[in-house]
Ligand binder design. Structure first.
Ligand SMILES: [Zn+2]
Length: 460
């Protein structure tokens, strides 16, 4: 009995046992801080690539770099597996968004350790992911762990700003063979820390796509003292009012259905009733009104969203302009028929003076990644292993990521993230002037990443 128990414990914790995590904290911290200390705002990505190249090559892992712009290179490294299964791609971006130094309470590129946190630009976007992937590669190599599939490390440039397409588009279009994989793991998920323990591990399995439009109203120009029925501003204002208050149809997909079901299962009764009642036509109108007011993120996950964001009209207080324009930020569900959606919108506006001009987007729309394959199951197992008692649930991002380009090429892609409290995620998160990560979360995230990678790529 005792022996059996010991054996089953051994089998369960084999993945965890292969790495002595406390022993690796100093190395994780050193690489992570070094990465944060490199100012890699757009145009400086190659500095990160030089660092990664040095570290990987010192470990005996060969690297290749691919650059459309020499200052903005991408780096690829590959650990060979047996070839029994198709590769796993680890994707992280090297660039960070700009800083306004005077707004920061600390040096944004200092990687200062204070109050249990590490502070700086990129600490949660995306140097955390980069460091986790780097450590995973180093440890896979060092432990000589047998792999059923190649593990490919891609450090891409230009995720945040890429007008010249030097990053993921360049790699997908010109060097796809280097990164082609069955699965990809990257940023985009969120792991919730509540009262010192992880409650939910949200995995990004799909996302909405931007399909913005401009509404353009045309009328007769003239003197501001003489009213006209075809005033461009009046017509545009009415159109914006209609589209801005339009409740587009609610529609769930596999990801959002599983998300609300799992969320209901771990929510207090009142909340649970709301998530469970979504598909009940008698209850859903009131639930939708509630979500629109109090949980706008969830409201957006249920539909293609239509949000007016900019107005452009007029040159003088006494001049009626002949044209007025509004920008509408539209984020479509992965299965949206966009042409049909625009036609619906035109019908709703119902004004021949107003035209809809789509803003061309290169972001492809791809079906959600699956929830019943080896990769998703490995993430579920790793979530339970790394964060005892947590619930793993799939999620749809309302924003867009580079996963869209991978999914469009058939790579099932998944986003995960380090443990963070709601306060840290909301007020100290990516792109803020107080970006920071809990030091303990960094270590947990590396371990979580390792558990996913070895779970899906390790020899079975
Ligand atoms: Zn990012």
């Amino acid at each position: 009995m005792k022996l059996l128990f010991a054996l089953s414990c051994l089998a369960l914790s084999l993945d965890a046992q292969t790495v002595d995590w406390p022993k690796h904290q100093a190395e994780i911290l050193q690489h992570y801080r070094s990465l944060v200390q490199i100012d890699s705002t757009a145009g400086n990505e190659s500095k990160v690539v030089e660092y990664l190249k040095r570290v990987l090559e010192a470990e005996g892992i060969p690297v290749n770099t691919f650059a459309l712009d020499p200052a903005r290179a991408n780096l690829v490294a590959r650990l060979k597996g047996s070839g029994a299964k198709r590769p796993l791609l680890l994707l992280a971006h090297t660039d960070v968004v700009k800083v306004q130094r005077e707004k920061w309470p600390v040096d944004p590129f200092g990687a200062l350790q204070k109050d249990g946190y590490i502070w700086g630009r990129g600490t949660t976007d995306d140097k955390d992911c980069l460091a986790a992937h780097l450590m995973t590669m180093l440890l896979l190599k060092r432990t000589g762990r047998p792999l059923d599939r190649d593990v490919i490390f891609l450090a891409e440039s230009g995720e945040e700003t890429d007008p010249e397409d030097v990053g993921i588009s360049f790699m997908v279009e010109k060097h796809f063979a280097e990164i082609d994989a069955e699965f990809a793991l990257t940023e985009g998920g969120s792991t919730r820390l509540e009262g010192g323990r992880v409650t939910t591990v949200q995995v990004a399995t799909t996302e909405k796509a931007p399909r913005r439009v401009r509404l353009i109203a045309n009328g007769t120009s003239g003197h501001g003292s003489v009213p006209r029925l075809d005033n461009a501003l009046t017509h545009l204002g009415a159109a914006v009012q209609k589209v801005g208050s339009w409740q587009t149809p609610m529609r769930l997909n596999d990801t959002t259905r599983a998300y609300f079901e799992k969320l209901a299962a771990i929510s207090p009764p009142e909340k649970a009733a709301r998530y469970n009642g979504l598909m009940n036509p008698e209850k859903s109108p009131a639930i939708e009104r509630y979500l629109a007011e109090f949980e706008p993120g969830h409201y957006s996950m249920l539909r293609t969203s239509v949000v007016p964001t900019m107005f452009k009209a007029g040159i003088g207080a006494n001049v009626i302009p002949s044209e007025a324009e509004a920008t509408i930020d539209i984020r479509v569900l992965p299965d949206e028929d966009v042409a049909k959606f625009y036609a619906e919108m035109k019908k709703l506006i119902d004004d021949p003076k107003v035209t809809i001009a789509p803003i061309v987007s290169s972001r492809p729309v791809a079906p959600p990644s699956k929830l019943d394959n080896d990769m998703y199951r490995a993430i579920e197992r790793a979530g339970r292993l790394s964060f005892a008692g947590s619930t793993v649930l799939p999620g749809m991002l309302t924003g867009y990521t580079d996963m869209a380009l991978l999914r469009a090429r058939g790579i099932q892609s998944y986003g995960i993230g380090p443990p963070a409290t709601l306060n840290d995620q909301t007020n100290f998160g990516p792109h803020s002037d107080v970006e920071r990560i809990l030091e303990s979360s960094l270590y947990q995230f590396v371990e979580f990443t390792w558990n996913v990678v070895t779970g899906v790529a390790g020899k079975q």
